[in-house]
Design a protein around this ligand. Structure first.
Ligand code: ZN
Ligand code: ZN
Length: 205
């Protein structure tokens, strides 16, 4: 079990049954992930030096929010974009969910994981970074091995992760969606003007 905790402690939870072999750890440099960090006003501590976000894939059924449900908030950069869940008490990102709300997937963002409280470290809990993706949006110099978009082998691993999760129906129970797929917090959808403002900040720090 790994503890989840937003920066201020207003939202807490846990991810169960987590080990390096249960999910995929990747760093995403895409413009949306960067824009999102700027939206939260937390780019400096969410993004790495090249604009990447460290994300680990888990099953919604592994996740539990134990405190501060009222702080659970959601934004979508576009009408059909990912559901990006965060704690609005201190703007800490929690996880990203696909637009298809029954997907057995949540991309847990590193900043919500409380390694110290769990007596571990990021590399120990999640294993090494398996892939660095969407490097075309990153801020050079990018770490060696960063893919411009997504490598085929990584794509295959994602597909396999999804298929196993579908088979085991691990999209539920979910802290983010009701069983009928409705989100537990009404997502705010950014206006084109808001999105444009954020995009200007992407790849410039
Ligand atoms: Zn908080
Ligand atoms: Zn991304």
């Amino acid at each position: 079990m790994l503890s989840l905790r937003c920066k201020c402690g207003g939202l807490r939870g846990a991810v169960h049954g987590l080990s390096p072999s249960t999910g995929l750890r990747s760093v995403c440099y895409c413009d949306d992930c960067q824009a999102y960090a700027h939206f939260l006003g937390r780019a400096s501590d969410i993004l790495d030096a090249s604009g990447g976000t460290d994300v680990f894939s888990v099953r919604p059924s592994q996740l539990e929010i134990t405190l501060g449900h009222e702080n659970l908030t959601c934004v979508r950069l576009t009408e059909k974009g990912m559901y990006r869940w965060y704690a609005d008490c201190c703007q800490t990102p929690i996880a990203n969910s696909m637009a298809w709300t029954k997907a057995p997937f949540a991309g847990l963002v590193h900043s919500i994981m409380d390694y110290a409280a769990s007596g571990t470290k990021r590399d120990e809990a999640l294993g090494p970074i398996a892939a660095r993706v969407q490097g075309k949006f990153g801020i050079p110099p990018l770490p060696a091995g960063t893919h411009k978009t997504v490598s085929f082998s990584f794509l295959l691993r994602v597909v396999s992760f999804m298929l196993k999760g579908l088979w085991a129906k691990q999209h539920q129970p979910s802290p983010f969606f009701h069983t009928d797929g409705r989100p537990r917090a009404r997502p705010r959808v950014l206006t084109p003007a808001e999105r444009e403002e954020l995009r200007k900040k992407v790849s410039s720090r």
